[in-house]
Design a protein around this ligand. Structure first.
Ligand code: PBG
Length: 325
């Protein structure tokens, strides 16, 4: 019998050896915490399908963002939930809309200790729950929606956002937003585009959190189809970079790690991956049953997303995970 002389196991023998040769690392600074702020509530409200995540009041949001900054988290991204919704999502760009007020609060609270970003979309603000304006026949009107996004970008910029993150998957949205920001004197404000976003069942719990489930139909006519090869995800990312995106995003993360890989290799701007609400809920539900080692699989997924090539990770565990890293 002959024995192997090449033995990959040699470098795995001790924790110190494993640490020395590890080349995929996750730092708190790579993490971005998504947060929800709701207009007109007097106390933070738990989200049943996302145990541990809440809809914040303006006050509780300030505290949560200060905690994230304290933990070394790289950024937060704000989602607003207005008290009243209408067909055109008026709350999204109102100067006294909930997200604008919260952006100003948060920017004052944390200054420059982390990056304050804002999700830029209409679905949280429309009564029909779609990400854009509707035509008379109930389709999402791409080009009419661009004008709304442009206006929201400027409202968020005036309120003090430090990065706008358009998530609506309208064609041409980055160019429209870039033009509006430049025209309003915000040429320095970066755009993190949700360039590569799939129609996904993993957004289920988010729609409870942001109270934005579509009232009819679904988002498959504008979000991507997971049954197409990763090349389409790359194409979407390249288009957004060409329109002026400063960073791009792939979403969801876990079921699309091949796309994270492909996009990371294809673009020269930073790539974010969004570990979405359903990915969070699955782990929390299994952990609550005692079926998985919660901390271990959270870290395993974060490392997996970094290994696939993302430099930033949006995750609801950002503050907690930062303490383990
Ligand atoms: C759209 C938006 C969604 C999410 C982030 N931005 C919902 C959707 O596209 O249906 C989902 C995030 C998550 O599931 O955690 N504004």
């Amino acid at each position: 019998m002959t024995f192997p002389s090449v033995r990959p196991r040699r470098l795995r023998r001790t924790p110190a050896l494993r640490r020395l040769v590890a080349d995929v690392r996750v730092s708190p600074a790579d993490l971005v915490l998504p947060v929800f702020v709701k207009e007109g509530i007097s106390a933070a409200a738990p989200i049943v399908s996302m145990p541990g995540v809440v809809q914040h009041t303006r006050d509780s949001l300030r505290k949560a963002v200060a905690e994230a900054a304290e933990a070394g988290v790289g950024g937060v991204i704000l989602f607003g939930i207005p008290a009243v919704k209408d067909a055109r999502g008026s709350g999204a760009d109102a100067a006294d809309g909930i997200v604008q007020l919260a952006l100003a609060d948060v920017a004052a609270e944390v200054g420059d200790s982390l990056v304050v970003m804002s999700d830029l979309c209409l679905d949280e603000y429309t009564d029909h729950g779609h990400c854009g304006l509707l035509t008379e026949t109930g389709e999402v009107d791409n080009d009419a929606t661009l004008a709304r996004y442009a206006s929201i970008a400027v409202a968020q910029a005036k309120a003090g956002t430090q990065v706008v993150a358009p998530s609506g998957m309208m064609d041409g949205q980055v160019a429209a937003i870039r033009g509006a920001l430049d025209g309003a004197g915000f040429a320095e404000l970066p755009i993190l585009s949700y360039s590569t976003k799939y129609a996904s069942g993993f957004y289920g719990p988010f729609r409870d959190a942001a109270e934005c489930a579509p009232q009819f139909g679904d988002r498959s006519a504008y979000q991507q189809d997971g049954a197409r090869s990763a090349d389409e995800g790359v194409r979407e990312a390249l288009l957004d970079v060409a329109e002026g995106a400063d960073a791009v995003m792939v979403k969801p993360a876990l079921a699309y790690l091949d796309v994270v890989r492909a996009v990371s290799q294809a673009v020269e701007v930073p790539v974010a991956a969004y570990q979405v609400s359903g990915e969070y809920a699955m782990v929390e539900a299994a952990a609550a049953q005692g079926w998985v080692d919660r901390e271990r699989i959270i870290l395993e997924q974060l490392v997996g997303i970094r290994r696939a090539g993302a430099s930033m990770i949006l995750t609801y565990w950002a503050t907690e995970a930062a303490a383990w890293l």
